[in-house]
Write a protein that binds this ligand. Structure first.
Ligand code: MG
Length: 298
């Protein structure tokens, strides 16, 4: 039997990645209450919002107000996604502890999603990362479409490996290798990690899975065997999948916690408190949340 990590860090992405992909406009006070409930559950890393143009993501236009009004717990990291220097400046003004930068493994996805190619995004992020570190922030990198692209199809392991290494070279403390369209399966996870953990510390790699094809927890289980000990989750499974309307997107945090705790892995998070946070927000979302754990509880 492989040795599993004794403890895992769960990064909560619901307030940003989840809400960004929900069509109902959520009142600012509801977002603040949601983040506060997530903080109280024991989650130590919460992606709160994004400092992007409101034209791109109207849902997150209130990022500064959310950061101003949440109750911050000592030791908990409150992060925001930033696409450029202007976003970083707003994030610093809002007193974030961490920022995230967002690169893609597919050129077409990068151009479609952010209006710039991969190389151009790295040029921007080089400056953003060094300025953020100089300001005392931690920087996390996302690598989207790492297991497949909605436009280009398959993405090679070599490409994911090379781009992850380049993000780490910029100075990010961790790369969240992300399955944007929920296409990864455990065979693919093993193939990627077999190569990556040979040359990169597992502690610098996080995984961000979507449950679109029902594989998210199986993928986490496969990754635990390689010593990966950081996984993203979205409370309630908030977010949907923009490339498959009606399908599940982000792995639900409570489902992830239930499996990890069942394996004897410590997370420091109370699963029912996360489920309660998702339930309290659900009426504002306008549809049932996909978390199996929360559905089974109600
Ligand atoms: Mg996601």
């Amino acid at each position: 039997m492989p040795t599993l990590p004794a403890a895992v860090t769960v990064v909560e992405v619901g307030p940003r990645d989840g809400l960004q992909n929900e069509s109902a406009q959520i009142p600012t006070a509801e977002k603040i209450a949601f983040v506060d409930r997530l903080s109280a559950s024991g989650l130590r890393e919460i992606e709160v919002s994004a400092f992007v143009s409101p034209k791109w993501i109207p849902q997150l236009a209130d990022a500064a107000e959310v950061f101003q009004r949440i109750q911050r717990r000592p030791g908990t990291r409150y992060s925001a996604l930033v696409p450029n220097m202007a976003g970083l400046e707003r994030a610093i003004a809002a007193d974030v502890t961490d920022v995230e930068i967002f690169a893609a493994a597919s050129e077409t996805f990068s151009r479609t999603n952010t209006n710039r190619g991969i190389e151009e995004s790295f040029d921007t992020y080089r400056d953003v990362t060094s300025a953020a570190i100089a300001a005392g922030l931690r920087v996390r990198g996302y690598l989207s479409t790492a297991f497949g692209c909605p436009f280009e199809g398959a993405v090679s392991v070599d490409r994911v490996f090379a781009l992850t290494a380049r993000l780490l070279e910029l100075g990010v403390y961790e790369v969240a290798v992300s399955d944007t369209i929920g296409i990864a399966h455990p065979g693919q996870v093993r193939q990627l990690l077999e190569q990556m953990v040979l040359t990169m510390p597992a502690s610098r790699i996080a995984l961000h899975f979507h449950d679109t094809r029902g594989m998210a927890l199986a993928n986490v289980l496969a990754a635990l065997d390689y010593g990966i000990a950081t996984f993203d989750g979205s409370a309630g499974g908030l977010g949907g999948c923009p490339y498959a309307p009606g399908a599940s997107g982000n792995l639900a945090t409570e489902d992830l916690l239930y499996m990890l705790h069942g394996l004897g892995i410590d997370t420091g998070v109370r699963v029912d408190a996360v489920s309660d946070a998702a339930r309290a927000l659900a009426p504002a979302i306008g549809h049932a949340l996909p978390s199996r754990y929360s559905q089974a509880r109600s």
